[in-house]
Design a protein around this ligand. Structure first.
Ligand code: SF4
Length: 379
């Protein structure tokens, strides 16, 4: 089969198996290319990213996954050299600026990881590919394989899928949470901390991410965020991705209910509060089922309970206090702190010019000792 024909088969649905390190905007169904995704890199650069599996064969039977062994559909496999050349050709033609490489697991995780590494080695060492590369780590691989992946990639990821061993047993009973999934992510952080980064591509170690399947195992938001907090603070992950469970036909979970999109949004908001706003898990509000309320964002929920701390004087508040104001994010806080050295904010329109929603922040702030008007139709 022609490489492009294979790519059609292997890139379809590949995001179900691949934790995306970039913010991926799914390719619209009628877009001409089905192989590429618009992505935003951590530095804000927008790129076209090729996302595909090296192989859609898998010997595992994860209950929610379209690639599970028991499912009947046409499967394909790239040879490492074939896939590396395809990526390089698309890169040189300007069709993509980066690639994400993942795979189903056929013939052991260690063997599949070797194939992924071989593809990356051909790209970097033989074809001198200098584009963005995100390499997937397979469950249960060896320390040396993690280290080699980190020498070659801009980002590595391993999907935890579930927040703890009990929930993983419901989704993917063949996998071990601690020894196969968490361990390689611990090694990533160990290598970043203790091994000289001179061995790495671009002389710096790659960032790392993971992905959870939200709602597939009946887990609560609290369980997901507890693990997320650990990953951010102890294992140095750049981002946890929350992918809503979707029932796939001909899987054991085909009759399970899909999960509302709002839940994913609330999980991202809460995880960013823990990563970028110095919120702890204990400060977030959960309902009696240990889930985030869907009708209010987590920061506003906190502000509502702590109304006594408001209003906050924008011209005097420290970084921590500014970060707690609903509607103000880390970038705006930096801009406010910088501007305040030579300027006093008196009018809420000035905050509007910084991209801050005046309507959102007005109830929580003072500007030069005065409460801004709540009727903000003019802004
Ligand atoms: S290991 Fe599990 S999640 Fe990954 S492709 Fe195979 S069946 Fe799907």
């Amino acid at each position: 089969m022609e490489p492009l024909e294979k790519l059609k088969l292997l890139s379809a649905n590949s995001n179900l198996e691949s934790a995306e390190d970039t913010v991926c905007i799914n390719t619209p169904p009628r877009q001409k290319s089905i192989y590429t995704h618009n992505a935003i890199l951590p530095n804000g650069k927008r790129i076209k990213l090729l996302k595909s599996l090296l192989s859609s064969f898998c010997e595992n039977n994860c209950f929610y996954c379209p690639f599970r062994a028991g499912r009947d559909f046409h499967r394909e496999t790239f040879r490492p050299d074939e896939y590396a050349r395809l990526i390089m050709n698309m890169y040189q033609a300007g069709i993509i600026q980066g690639a994400f490489i993942s795979s189903g697991i056929a013939g052991s995780s260690v063997r599949v990881q070797d194939k992924l590494l071989e593809t990356a080695e051909i790209l970097r060492y033989k074809l001198h590919y200098s584009g963005y590369l995100h390499l997937k780590l397979m469950p249960g691989i060896e320390f040396a394989q993690v280290e080699q992946a980190m020498r070659l990639a801009d980002r590595v990821s391993l999907n935890l899928e579930a927040p703890n061993p009990e929930r993983l047993a419901i989704l993917a009973p063949e996998k071990s949470f601690n020894s196969q999934l968490l361990k390689p992510l611990e090694w990533v952080q160990e290598i970043r901390r203790n091994h000289p980064s001179g061995q790495a591509w671009k002389k710096r170690w790659p960032s790392s991410t993971t992905q959870f399947v939200v709602g597939g195992a009946g887990e609560s938001d609290n369980e997901l965020l507890k693990t997320t907090q650990y990953l951010y603070h102890k294992l140095g992950l750049s981002r946890a991705y929350f992918s809503l469970f979707r029932p796939i036909i001909n899987t054991p979970f085909e009759n399970h209910k899909p999960i509302p999109l709002k839940r994913e949004q609330r999980l991202y908001q809460a995880s960013f509060l823990m990563r970028d706003y110095s919120f702890s898990l204990e400060e977030l509000y959960f309902d009696r089922h240990h889930n985030l309320p869907l009708d209010i964002d987590p920061k506003s929920a906190w502000a509502k309970k702590h109304y006594i701390t408001y209003p906050v004087e924008v011209n005097r508040a420290d970084k921590h206090e500014l970060l707690r104001i609903p509607g103000i994010g880390p970038k705006s806080v930096s801009t406010i702190l910088k501007a305040r050295k030579s300027h006093q904010f008196k009018d809420i329109a000035e905050l509007g010019k910084l991209g801050i929603s005046a309507k959102r922040v007005a109830p929580y702030i003072l500007l030069a000792g005065k409460k801004p008007p709540l009727q903000l139709a003019l802004f």
